[in-house]
Design a protein around this ligand. Structure first.
Ligand SMILES: [Zn+2]
Length: 309
């Protein structure tokens, strides 16, 4: 059972600034009710174990030049080195060069040992690409996500967690980094990975990789939610105006940004004569209708907007 704790007074979500936090004592977690991020947890999820990566992978990349894309696990690295004392053309290799050749072969053998990890990376990046595609995430953001994922692998952050949750967390982080945040709900739906697991994995990455992402603001969500609701530029501009006034009036402080964005869009849609229902707005924003209604009431009161319902 989750319950609200007294020690949460004045505490805000590090990700979205919401004050709607609750502590799940049974699971030992502190969770944000608005964005779903697990802020503190005493548990780690028991996903498949993942082999750690050795630094040779990087060394190899450094020697063979930068990969074409971070989304591809081994672009242009499929060379094989023979173990005989013959060179590429079948000529015997002079003895004085053999030590050097031996070192190269030794090095190549070590690379082969990491093939299992390489395969896992390849699968993870494929998963990242697919989920990113389903979410309509542009290629450069997927590249950023792949980079975050690689760093997580290098720092051995996958251990004890599922690969899927780290893949999703990397996508979530990348979208945040370019200030085009996707909600955990969206990523969870596209990937069919549990929202809480993604949230936990994300916090883990953010902390260990020092991602230091600023809390999101309602602005970051307005355009994408409007697009999904088939609302045009005019609705976006008015929604942003309502967001701005809500922030200035102080009523959005401590509230989840998706809820503020959703309520502002709901109001704007009515104002521009293309009303969308609270249910429709709730569906695209991942915010409950109750939250939209609450934010709507606060905003319309503070901004003196006549009743729309
Ligand atoms: Zn939050």
């Amino acid at each position: 059972m989750a319950s609200v704790a007294r020690d949460l007074q004045g505490k805000k979500c590090l990700e979205c600034g919401s004050e709607h936090l609750f502590r799940d004592y049974e699971r030992g977690e502190l969770i944000c009710n608005d964005c779903g991020i697990v802020l503190e947890d005493s548990l780690i999820d028991q996903g498949p174990e993942w082999r750690s990566f050795d630094s040779e992978q990087d060394e190899r990349r450094a020697r063979t030049g930068s990969p074409m894309t971070f989304l591809s696990h081994d672009k242009g690295l499929a060379t094989e080195i023979s173990w005989s004392n013959k060179d590429y053309y079948g000529k015997r290799i002079p003895h004085k060069n053999r030590a050097q050749i031996y070192r190269v072969r030794k090095w190549h053998q070590r690379i082969r040992v990491s093939n299992a990890a390489e395969r896992n990376l390849s699968l993870a990046l494929q998963m990242l690409n697919d989920n990113g595609g389903k979410l309509g995430i542009p290629k450069d953001i997927k590249e950023t996500a792949a980079l975050v994922y690689r760093r997580a692998v290098e720092k051995n952050l996958i251990r004890g967690r599922s690969i899927e949750s780290i893949v999703c967390a990397s996508l979530y982080a990348a979208c945040r980094m370019v200030n085009l945040p996707r909600t955990l709900d969206e990523i969870s739906k596209a990937s069919e990975v549990n929202k809480k697991k993604i949230g936990k994995a994300y916090r883990h990455l953010a902390k260990e990789l020092s991602l230091n992402l600023k809390p999101t603001t309602p602005y970051s969500y307005v355009a994408q939610f409007c697009n999904k609701l088939d609302l045009d530029k005019q609705a976006i501009v008015i929604s942003e105006e309502i967001v701005r006034k809500s922030i200035e009036s102080g009523i959005s402080s401590g509230k989840g940004p998706t809820g503020v964005a959703a309520a502002s869009i709901y109001i704007a849609s009515v104002l521009v004569g293309k009303p969308r229902t609270q249910k429709e707005v709730a569906r695209v924003s991942g915010v409950t209708e109750v939250t939209i209604r609450n934010r709507y009431k606060e905003i319309s009161k503070a901004l003196d907007i006549p009743g729309l319902e």
